[in-house]
Design a protein around this ligand. Structure first.
Ligand code: 6PG
Length: 253
């Protein structure tokens, strides 16, 4: 069952997420000596990454025991403005003492995206602890798009059916571009999933995926079947339409 946390502002949300990741990281290191986290791309988590890289948090994180992976990547060079690696490196990694061998980018060969996906699939198998032969992240950070996608699991794409590989390449019609993404098997196997959504632009999709009757083809994010903990982190703006329903249900009870 998902746990939903709502925060007055995105700043309060990011402060809490940074603290929660630190606590989880410390618990995982206590338990098995490392912390394996898959980061989300896009715009939502950028300020969170900058906060973790700031003096308020950077010195508290045991970087030598943290391994950073990517939930998905756009098929562009690593210095391209659309690159998730570039965003994460500028916002976070370059500002921390994390050992370079602890950073696991999705290396993109724009001429062979399938090979790029297969290489990352093998890297996850080689680098992560596994649970019944599925690589197991301690934490996967995810966002949500206004079409209900998460990572690069977009509606109507072939990757939604990928139940064998842990990483796959996917052509996204709406962007006329390829992406590489982790797939449901590895997302579902994660010990923890933190799903972040902020801003009024996400209010409709958050309400839709939480409360509306799922469409015949459920939204990709609705198809996550987390075997571990799934926590939603919302600011009040993103939770606004969902909150209206919760309040109206409370009034009618
Ligand atoms: C990406 C992300 C993607 C993102 C959503 C939300 O590579 O873009 O992995 O799944 O989380 O598209 O994006 P925003 O945070 O920019 O709204």
């Amino acid at each position: 069952m998902a746990k939903v946390n709502v925060y007055k502002t995105v700043e309060l949300l990011n402060q809490t997420v940074a603290e929660d990741i630190l606590s989880l990281c410390q618990a995982c290191i206590e338990k098995h000596g490392t912390f394996h986290i898959a980061l989300a791309g896009g715009g939502t988590p950028k300020k969170l990454y900058q906060l973790i890289a700031s003096d308020a948090f950077c010195g508290k994180y045991p970087w030598e025991k943290i391994h950073v992976y990517f939930g998905d990547e756009r098929c562009v060079p690593a210095d391209h403005e659309d690159s998730n690696y570039r965003m994460v490196n500028e916002a976070l990694l370059a500002k921390t003492p994390i050992p370079v061998e602890n950073i696991h980018p999705i290396h993109i060969d724009v001429d062979d995206v399938t090979a790029s996906a297969d290489r990352y699939n093998d890297e996850l198998i080689a680098s992560l602890p596994s649970d019944q032969e599925t690589p197991k992240f301690d934490l996967v950070l995810l966002g949500i798009g206004d079409d209900g996608h998460t990572a690069s699991l977009f509606p109507g794409t072939t990757i939604l059916q990928q139940m064998k590989k842990f990483v796959d390449a996917v052509y996204v019609e709406k962007f006329n571009s390829w992406r590489i993404s982790i797939t449901y098997p590895v997302i579902n196997a994660a010990a923890n999933i933190y799903l972040l959504a902020t801003g009024e632009g996400k209010a409709r999709i958050v309400k839709t995926v939480m409360f509306d009757e799922p469409p015949a083809e459920p939204y990709p994010i609705q198809r996550i079947q987390a075997q571990g903990n799934l926590y939603w982190y919302l600011d009040e703006a993103a939770a606004a339409q969902a909150a209206e329903i919760v309040l109206s249900q409370a009034r009618s009870d």
